[in-house]
Design a protein around this ligand. Structure first.
Ligand code: SF4
Ligand code: SF4
Length: 434
């Protein structure tokens, strides 16, 4: 639906809401007060903890409020709401034209790159939102031998990374080179699915014959884009359950994250905009849009010509891993790669929308789980609020792929229960506010 639609710049809306928690780790502390004037790119939320990332304003304007705002995962979360001042505001355009094939990363030291990435508030833009500096900074306890670039966009409907690879190729490669310089990895692999031959071709053209960055084609299948699955496909290595890739000498970065690294380091530009795929039969003008972070979903819907079906379901993300949202004031965050708009017919036709019945113990959910978990046991434990049992069944090892819900003949929303369980557990451990 959107793979052939070039990235289109969305004009800044009248107001944005910058959530202070749009990454893994500690929430930011606001640096501004009500009625303060802010400029484009100004840091408005400070990261105090090691695992956190600052947030910046994508527009110039006046702070209208610092208040609770809809958050797709956490329900409501604190946000800085900024009213755009059209007199002071300037349009921010993609920076791809600044990057050429001759890009030389040796002009920056590893320290300079790390500082720039930290100041720019860069986090994993593939969905997890893990602060990028923590991933790339040297760690003598966990040396990384291989950098993997996740170019698999395995979820249906989503094409934002595909367009970034096609249109911002030099910028992506520049970001990869900068990350490699910090990590000191001997090997760099771009893992891309076999349904994206054009992207693989342009990447290979820009890399050139030197072969210092490998482009490896993997099978198109879901959830190939999950880092654990991609690592297995590319290298046959397994990240320990509950562990992270650096434990086995790897660093995995998403394509748009690499583009953001290049922008943050070379242009000192913070992460204030991202490419979002707007797709689904219920939206008038699907496409790939360059959107200011903090723009409300409702404003984006208006920009895309409105809904074609008033009863559409709005999903922040793709149909497998996304979260259905009821409030169109929910803002786009650094990790929002897509918005999927389904028609009422599509939703009611989908078997998972039919009435839930009791588990028939068919075991299909166990068969499909890429992490070899027992989804039904975890879901039952969460339903009974037995979080200790849910943990015994490795609740936190679930990658939220949605495969178990998709195949369940009893239409049990297993992934929904598991996601709820993770939020409950995080609240118990006080890693997120209750
Ligand atoms: S969502 Fe279901 S299938 Fe996917 S990893 Fe979690 S438990 Fe396994
Ligand atoms: S797929 Fe559904 S019905 Fe089958 S065992 Fe899992 S939860 Fe039960």
């Amino acid at each position: 639906m959107t793979q052939d639609r070039p990235i289109e710049v969305v004009p800044h809306p009248e107001a944005v809401a910058i959530l202070l928690s749009q990454h893994t780790g500690a929430i930011c502390k606001p640096l501004v007060n009500k009625r303060d004037r802010v400029t484009v790119g100004q840091m408005i939320g400070k990261a105090d903890a090691f695992i956190s990332a600052p947030v910046h304003s994508p527009v110039a304007g006046i702070v209208k409020d610092i208040a609770l705002q809809s958050h797709a995962v956490l329900g409501r979360e604190l946000a800085v709401i900024i009213e755009t001042d059209p007199q002071a505001d300037t349009a921010i355009l993609p920076a791809c034209d600044h990057f050429k094939a001759s890009f030389d990363e040796s002009a920056w030291s590893a320290e300079q790159i790390c500082d720039a990435v930290r100041n720019a508030g860069i986090v994993g833009m593939g969905g997890a939102g893990f602060p990028t500096p923590v991933k790339i900074e040297p760690n003598p306890k966990m040396p990384r031998d291989t950098l993997i670039i996740n170019a698999c966009e395995c979820e249906p409907y989503i094409t934002c990374d595909y367009r970034v690879m096609l249109e911002w190729t030099h910028q992506v490669i520049a970001g990869i080179k900068l990350a490699r310089r910090v990590l000191g990895c001997k090997r760099v692999i771009i893992g891309i699915e076999d349904n994206k031959p054009r992207a693989a071709e342009v990447l290979r053209e820009v890399i050139g014959p030197a072969g210092e960055i490998e482009v490896v084609i993997v099978k198109t299948k879901y959830p190939q884009g999950s880092e654990r699955q991609l690592i297995r496909s590319l290298l046959g290595r397994t990240v320990p359950t509950g562990g992270i890739p650096p434990m086995i000498g790897l660093c995995v970065l998403n394509v748009q994250t690499c583009a953001a690294i290049a922008e943050g380091v070379v242009l000192q530009r913070p992460l204030t905009h991202r490419v979002v795929t707007i797709a689904g039969r219920a939206i008038a003008k699907p496409g790939n849009y360059y959107v200011p972070i903090g723009m409300a979903v409702g404003d984006l819907v208006q920009h895309c010509g409105g809904l074609t079906d008033p009863a559409a379901r709005v999903i922040l993300g793709g149909p497998m891993m996304g979260m259905a949202i009821a409030d169109l004031s929910t803002p786009i965050t650094k990790t929002s790669g897509a918005l999927t708009f389904l028609t009422r017919q599509e939703v009611t036709e989908a078997k998972f929308q039919q009435r839930q019945t009791a588990c028939i113990r068919c075991g299909r959910c166990l068969t499909v789980c890429p992490e070899h978990l027992n989804p039904t046991r975890i879901a039952h434990a969460v339903k009974a609020a037995k979080m200790d049992i849910a943990q015994d069944y490795y609740l936190t090892a679930c990658i939220d792929c949605g495969c178990c819900s998709y195949v369940c003949p009893a239409k049990i929303e297993l992934t929904g229960y598991i996601k709820t369980g993770k939020v409950l557990l995080a609240r118990q451990k006080k890693t997120i506010p209750s």
